[in-house]
Design a protein around this ligand. Sequence first.
Ligand code: CA
Length: 227
Amino acid sequence: MERILIIEDEEKIARFIELELKYEGYEVEKAFNGRDGLELVKTQPFDLILLDIMLPGINGMEVLRRIRQFSDIPIIMLTARDAVVDKVTGLDGGADDYITKPFAIEELLARIRVALRNRNRANKDKGSSQLVIGHLKLDSMKREVWVKDNLVHLTKREFDLLHYLLENKDIVLSRERILEEIWGYDFSGGTNAVDVYIRYIRAKIEEPFGLKIIHTVRGVGYVIKDE
Ligand code: CA
């Protein structure tokens, strides 16, 4: 299920959009200011963000700028009527699209579908599908992992777990989320399995090469990031 984050200080509008999106089958989180929104983007995986420009505290443009420092997630800006400058600045700042308030919900849904489709196509077009972090390179087509020019053999589960971490680079993933993604909902072995497999992976890609890229976030889970 695709997850959408709404960052919008007008709670009525945020709730309205949330209801419509849920009705369409999306999973939705809301933040009522930029700070909370940024925190969510850094700690949870999302597929798309709806970002209001006029926010108290950190405004939408600044939120956009900060998100773009670590993520290319699709972002649709919500702008006030006729604020042409906002639209241009938003698109220059790396927004994928904008929609002017007030908008028809059908138009918003259409734009969301387009942004998600473009994102999926862009991911496919990467072709070689290599994910790189520091001295580690993972090729998801060939299912190979290289560390400092050494081919490292991982089991299927280890590979899938490492791949998932890399796809969500810099984002903290909870044990529960990792478990659901890699083992599936019906797995009953408990989140301990995640810790065990993280140990296996560390023993193969970190310890022999003196790397430290998988970080434990106490009480939450794991994140992979540059040293
Ligand atoms: Ca606003």
